[in-house]
Design a binder for this molecule. Structure first.
Ligand code: FAD
Length: 304
């Protein structure tokens, strides 16, 4: 946008001369919204807090990492991952029952096929951004729920022409109520597993911090306000410079990653994706880069 490629009016607002009026730049921001749901266990040592932040552990971890990238901070901070479809659990949801896929009638309301999960879930002993354990030696973990196939999309805009100013990012999570409906069902589902799964009764204390009540939530509806307060990004932004067909005015790029209206300029990152993948974005980013490199080697150039 600062180079003059973007929505004309948006650029003019920041005093930037518009070289290519491309209304799709900064639109169609998709991301995976997640929530860390914290719990405390009653069995010390069952989680890895004693290795991560109890006592002198945090200082030791930092020293290990700085010395040779080893220790807790040098390891993968996540435990088991699982995927699920929620059709049955959403059977009583009128929002789900009445919604139709925008993509195709054979798909579910999120645009997913029956082989594609609605949610991912995993556990971690790392805390979410901004979360202070602050309770001495409590043994805690978080169950994370992540929404696939979101229907909401946001924007990235310029705050000004000054490159030192951060852009204005609006994820617009839950603009479509179905996104919150599905994520709330995911949280409800995982809470049932954590609190009532086989063998958990003997090790689970409940919500963390202990004045929290989420371990006792009994319905999707109870989870919604909690999720609105606690959700965050999974750091998977995509789509703000999407590729698309010639008749799609919002398609910034053609199918060879070339910027429409500009010669010899390509984009090769997750912003080119018209739709966010149903999985994490690092591998697809490599895929985009490999394909774009192929296009360049083939000598493709498209001048719109
Ligand atoms: C904390 C975190 C955890 C993640 N975990 C995972 C995970 O476990 N699995 C997974 O699949 N994905 C994960 N992701 C997502 C993944 O890292 C991204 O989807 C991927 O890196 C996106 O690649 P990209 O090329 O689009 O952008 P980036 O990797 O962000 O690359 C953009 C590059 O452009 C450079 N740049 C920016 N501005 C300029 C400029 N003006 N001039 C020149 N260069 C510039 C930046 O320095 C950067 O190198 C995670 C992301 C984060 C932030």
């Amino acid at each position: 946008m600062r180079s003059g490629i973007g929505p004309r009016e948006e650029l003019h607002k920041s005093g930037i001369e518009c070289c290519v009026d491309s209304p799709g730049v900064g639109q169609n921001l998709e991301d995976h919204v997640i929530a860390f749901i914290p719990y405390e266990v009653s069995k010390p040592g069952l989680t890895t807090d004693h290795l991560s932040w109890h006592g002198a552990a945090a200082a030791k971890n930092l020293a290990d990492y700085k010395r040779d990238r080893s220790g807790f901070l040098g390891a993968m901070p996540f435990g088991s991952f699982a995927y699920a479809r929620l059709d049955e659990r959403l059977g009583d949801s009128s929002l789900w029952q009445e919604a139709r896929s925008i993509a195709s009638p054979s798909r579910d309301p999120m645009g997913l096929s029956q082989q594609q999960p609605n949610i991912e879930t995993f556990h971690t002993e790392c805390a979410p951004a901004g979360f202070e354990p602050g309770s001495g030696d409590a043994s805690i973990f978080c169950t994370v729920v992540e929404l696939f196939g979101p229907r909401s999309a946001g924007t990235v805009r310029l705050a000004s022409a000054d490159p030192n100013d951060n852009p204005v990012v609006d994820h617009n999570y839950f603009a479509d109520p179905l996104d919150l409906e599905v994520l709330a069902e995911a949280a409800h589902f995982m809470n049932e597993i954590v609190m009532k799964g086989a063998g958990t009764a003997t090790v689970m204390k409940g919500s963390f911090p202990s004045d929290g009540k989420h371990h006792a939530f009994k319905s999707r509806e109870e989870w919604k306000p909690w999720l609105r307060d606690h959700c965050q990004t999974c750091y998977h932004p995509t789509g703000t410079c999407k590729m698309g067909k010639d008749d799609d005015r919002m398609a910034v790029l053609d199918d060879k990653c070339t910027v429409r209206g500009v010669q010899r300029l390509r984009v090769a990152d997750t912003s080119v994706m018209p739709k966010i993948p149903n999985g994490h974005t690092q591998m697809p980013a490599y895929g985009v880069a490999e394909r774009c490199a192929d296009f360049m080697k083939e000598g493709f150039t498209t001048i719109a």
